[in-house]
Write a protein that binds this ligand. Structure first.
Ligand SMILES: *Cc1c(COP(=O)(O)O)cnc(C)c1O
Length: 373
């Protein structure tokens, strides 16, 4: 049979959705370097730099700061499958799609899950967590999402962790859309377990999940009475691959080219400076906000709780969601995200993340929108 298949050619796009964000060409260049063996000393020293730069990004001294070779959702699974023993009580605070996913993952890990249900589009209620902890004094863990990508809401990680720590709980925080884009302080805020991803605030290619684990959480994992049900995600199995420089041993064939990419995205972040990156995300968010106002378009979320890296914009009466997004994509090469769940057809999710958070992208989007409308 004659072959009709040809090489795939990716069109050029500006990715202004909920992730992946547009990747810096420096990262793509790093990715395309020759593949090395995953135990090559050059790879091992690069991995050590990844760990060091991740500590600088998470603002932590945690030794156990490394990468799971899988997307952010697996970072979530990793956290729960390692920490939780069957029947242990976990409070999950939810106010969006990813909080709901966390609840499902917690249930599958065998936890007894108590949900503090918040409202979509509103930040999590600190008092509600306080009361729920009071009525559930046997709670061992509190989990929540710091940046709810489904709604564009910023939850108050610092305040939520403070309450959880006062009650003696271990905290599990989703930082998938947060890391590199907005303020996140693991040690200062009392975050015990956090996981993120490569393709949002860090601006690398998808498929990597940076994680960090506090000594308290590591101790909890070491003192488990029941075995961890996942072989691949068992910290005791994966840590020898990421742990000491001298005694590195095979766990899985790590996707080394993706490590090159993540490494380069972290170098770029270190060059810019973490706090400078946070303020760039905020500046560009405000620029978008002003530009949207000129079209008479408003945000779904109240100003103090908006995520600079994920802007949820309400559609106006009579705007055809699907047609406009299709034209943006096919005529202008710009991707914006649709609403999730109840927000579908009612709002857009405009990501200004990592390398993609710049004035030029916003101007292009606004010019295209003005022509389409
Ligand atoms: C994107 C996202 C995830 C899932 O990450 P993947 O890399 O898509 O698996 C989890 N939580 C939040 C808050 C996210 O935005």
């Amino acid at each position: 049979m004659e072959n009709t298949f040809k090489s795939f050619l990716a069109p050029s796009r500006i990715l202004l959705g909920p992730g992946p964000a547009t990747v810096n060409p420096r990262v793509l260049k790093a990715l395309s370097q020759p593949t090395l063996g995953h135990l090559d000393p050059n790879v091992i020293s690069m991995m050590d730099e990844i760990k060091a730069m991740l500590r600088n990004s998470f603002l932590t001294e945690n030794e156990h700061t490394f990468v799971i070779s899988a997307p952010g959702s697996v970072g979530m699974e990793f956290s729960f499958v390692n920490l939780i023993e069957p029947g242990e009580k976990v409070i999950i605070c939810t106010n969006g799609y990813f909080g709901d996913r966390m609840k499902q993952v917690a249930e599958r890990s065998g936890a007894e899950v108590v949900v503090v249900a918040g409202e979509w589009g509103k930040p999590l209620d600190i008092e509600n967590l306080k009361i729920t902890l009071k009525y559930n004094p046997d709670t061992k863990f509190v989990g929540f999402v710091s940046s709810e990508t489904s709604t564009g809401v910023r939850n108050d990680t610092k305040a939520l962790c403070e309450i959880a720590k006062q009650a003696g709980c271990i905290t599990i925080v989703d930082a998938v859309t947060t890391l590199g884009a907005t303020e996140f302080r693991v040690d200062e805020w009392g975050v015990d377990m956090a996981y993120s991803c490569s393709q949002k605030g860090l601006g690398s290619v998808p498929g990597m999940s940076p994680v960090t684990i506090s000594p308290l959480a590591v101790e909890k994992i070491k003192n488990r009475k029941t075995p961890i049900t996942s072989w691949f995600l068992d910290l005791n199995n994966v840590w020898p691959y990421w742990g000491s420089f001298e005694k590195r041993s095979y766990h899985h064939t790590a996707p080394v080219n993706s490590f090159y990419a993540l490494h380069e995205s972290l170098v770029i972040l270190m060059e810019e400076g973490l706090e400078n990156s946070w303020s760039r995300h905020t500046r560009n968010h405000l620029y978008l906000s002003d530009a949207m106002a000129t079209l008479g378009m408003d945000f779904y979320v109240e100003a103090p709780y908006r995520l600079p890296q994920l802007n949820t914009i309400l559609l106006k009466e009579g705007m055809d969601d699907a047609a406009i997004r299709k034209s943006l994509l096919l005529d202008y090469g710009i991707e914006v995200g649709a609403g999730l769940g109840a927000g579908f057809g009612k709002l857009w999710r405009i990501g200004l993340m990592g390398y993609g958070s710049n004035i030029e992208n916003i101007d292009r989007l606004m010019n295209a929108l003005k022509i389409i409308l």
